[in-house]
Design a protein around this ligand. Sequence first.
Ligand code: BV8
Ligand code: ZN
Length: 245
Amino acid sequence: MFSEKLLLRLKHSFSVTVLTGAGISAESGVPTFRGKDGLWNNYKVEDIATVNAFRNNSKLFWDFYGWRRKLIKDVKPNLGHYALVDIERFFQDFYLITQNVDNLHISAGSKNVIELHGNIMRTKCSECGTPYDETFYEVTKIPLCQKCSALTRPDVVLFGESLNAKLLQRAQEAAAQCEVFFSIGTSSIVEPAASLPYMAKGNGAYLVEINTEKTSLSKNVDEFISGQSGKVLPLLVMMIEKMQS
Ligand code: BV8
Ligand code: ZN
């Protein structure tokens, strides 16, 4: 399943960066975005996870996020998340960049996580950014900010919204300086995350993709590993442990 070349690279590498997408949480029961089950009342995420949808129809927006939060609150990390916790321990410099907002990498125990698109369980003010601990699952009246009375919203990056500049810079540095880059469970469509693997490759990293199907990135990778991340990653941990013993 893994080439000699990849295993040798990993044996002699200090720095590994991983980018994950919705596919790594699929085996936990979280619907992916572009898969068949990635819809809500026939809405595409791209149409409702937007600033305009929040502004023009904040109740519908909140109903969508309440539904997503209810889905996510009971799910657990799967073997793919836990395998990445083990892999993190093998390398001196390890960064886990995730596009996912489901908190599963953190609850699995990963340390160096960059939540590029935020975290759906966190709430913030839509104007002044004040964070609020409360995670609402159902709202009849949208909670207002106690500081500036603006509407609150989940702390996620919406389509058409810029990412947190510091987080994006950390992610780009992690991509640029690594020796091996894994793109796992992402359709490689959403920018600017989708550019990270190219940055890594451009800086000489060995680029590996783990996915159940080919993506627009696949033709540019050094190694494509077809399979479910929850099955492939624990095998990779075993191979690395064997090499290190
Ligand atoms: C921005 C939070 C500047 C919300 C999300 C070029 C440059 C900059 C921007 C753009 C650009 N071109 C287009 C844009 C606009 C837009 C964009 O990229 N649009 C896409 C649709 C073309 N980007 C933005 O708006 C970004 N903002 O750049 O700011 C700006 C400002 C104004 C105007 C323009 C630019 C913000 C993007 C962030 C959006 N927020 N999430 C929420 O989640 O509620 S993105 C959302 O999509 C999720 O975070 C998700 O993770 C992400 C990406 O999807 P994937 O994770 O890849 O999931 P998907 O379902 O697509 O694929 C799953 C994969 O897993 C599949 O390949 C499947 O085969 C595989 N799989 C399934 N099961 C398994 C598996 N693999 C392994 N094992 C399995 N078991
Ligand atoms: Zn406020």
